[in-house]
Write a protein that binds this ligand. Structure first.
Ligand SMILES: NC(=O)c1ccc[n+]([C@@H]2O[C@H](COP(=O)([O-])OP(=O)(O)OC[C@H]3O[C@@H](n4cnc5c(N)ncnc54)[C@H](O)[C@@H]3O)[C@@H](O)[C@H]2O)c1
Length: 357
């Protein structure tokens, strides 16, 4: 007799982008959305109604949600709260015996990320970081091409996410360092940093030199009576132990042409690649550049025929199959160590040498 497929019982905490998590889990055949949590009652009601959850499965306090896990059958949560809450809520979820998918950035500091890893190890539960950029089809196509040796050894990369004017002032916590850990470097740059490192094969970083600026953000916030104590542009030069170097850039406000300029360039000894957004349809492209036929050749990478895996599905699969997810907590910590070093280097004006990871 065929074994009945088990569905992972999942809850979502934080219903901003978390509403998107809830929809993804609800659509997945391998999981069941059983609870949601937000301190905002209106968001709880909207989300429960949309997914047919009873009102008593919508919680205002995540501790009550965890305490009620036996009743709801809750086994895993995704955490889409302000950055400062990622570490304490992950640790509490692990102590309650739940698997965790945590939004990027993993934490506001490497110390917080380490506490999360220790809690996951003690609970023997899955901890995955939602580095969703890895799950875009262009990222998969590039990763596959790299693994097939198309560009050889990558010695240089440049990964950027600039916005012309896009300071996330609304909910206030993004622009308050004690809640967010930083500005666009930790918000947008974290995606481009993780993606570049993953594509480069996760080499070990050894030094970081960075600068940050706050040119437009403070005035934009002041006009709205909001706090602003983070950067609005940051850049960093990161050297790895294999000799490769990565340049990272991110901004919420800068005098550039496009509304958003997102790109990851990879330079290898056999070829190069870029994944970048475009200002018109098809909105993005991934191209391989090489000289393999005796002259310059540009080959657009094709979208895989099968729909690519989402980060949500990967999390559910990893929990049910008892294996490490694609975006591991250790990789989240490695990224976080670099983020800490970027802010330290920018504050001191000195290069930071990374001794421990
Ligand atoms: N992977 C991605 O591409 C992506 C995209 C957007 C946001 N994010 C990340 O998701 C997280 C949330 O971002 P957002 O844009 O949804 O923020 P948001 O401010 O829109 O939503 C956060 C929600 O958390 C709720 N909340 C705050 N404190 C709470 C508490 N103690 N208990 C219960 N609920 C609480 C708020 O009421 C709010 O609804 C951030 O870490 C952000 O970096 C990731």
């Amino acid at each position: 007799m065929a074994k009945k497929k088990r569905a992972l019982h999942v809850g979502v905490i934080g219903l901003g982008i978390g509403r998107w998590h809830a929809s993804n889990f609800d659509e997945s055949r391998r999981c069941k959305l059983v609870a949601v949590c937000d301190q905002n009652e209106r968001l709880r009601t909207i989300t429960c109604d949309k997914h047919g959850l009873p009102a008593d499965s919508g919680y205002g306090d995540y501790r009550r949600m965890f305490a009620d896990a036996k009743r709801t059958g809750l086994e895993a949560v995704s955490i889409a709260l302000p950055n400062k809450l990622h570490a304490p809520v992950t640790v509490a979820a692990m102590k309650a015996g739940l698997h965790v998918l945590c939004e990027k950035p993993m934490s506001t500091s490497a110390a917080g990320a380490r506490r999360m890893i220790e809690a996951a190890k003690a609970a023997r539960k899955t901890l995955m970081i939602n580095f969703s950029s890895r799950f875009e089809w262009e990222s998969w196509a590039i990763k596959r091409a790299i693994e097939a040796g198309k560009i050889g050894d990558i010695y240089f990369a440049r990964s950027i996410w600039h916005r012309r004017r896009g300071v996330p002032i609304g909910s206030q916590w993004f622009t308050t360092k004690s809640m967010s850990g930083g500005g666009p470097i930790i918000d947008l740059g974290v995606h481009r940093l993780d993606l570049a490192m993953w594509l480069m094969g996760n080499p070990k970083p050894v030094t970081v030199s960075a600068s940050t600026f706050a040119v437009f953000g403070p005035d934009i916030a002041k006009k709205q009576g909001k706090t602003y104590d983070v950067e609005d542009l940051g850049c960093a030069l990161i050297r790895f132990d294999n000799g490769a170097t990565l340049i990272l850039e991110a901004s919420w406000a800068a005098n550039i042409q496009m509304a958003d300029e997102i790109a990851t360039h990879l330079y290898g000894d056999k070829g190069g690649m870029v994944y970048r957004n475009l200002s018109d349809e098809p909105w993005s492209e991934a191209i391989l550049f090489d000289e393999s036929r005796g002259g310059p050749r540009d080959t657009p990478l094709a979208k895989p025929a099968k729909a690519t895996l989402s980060s949500f599905q990967e999390f559910v699969n990893a929990c049910l199959d008892g294996r490490e997810p694609i975006a591991t907590a250790q990789q989240g910590l490695d990224v976080q160590v670099i983020l800490d070093a970027i802010y330290k280097s920018a504050a001191t004006g000195k290069e930071v040498r990374l001794t421990t990871m």
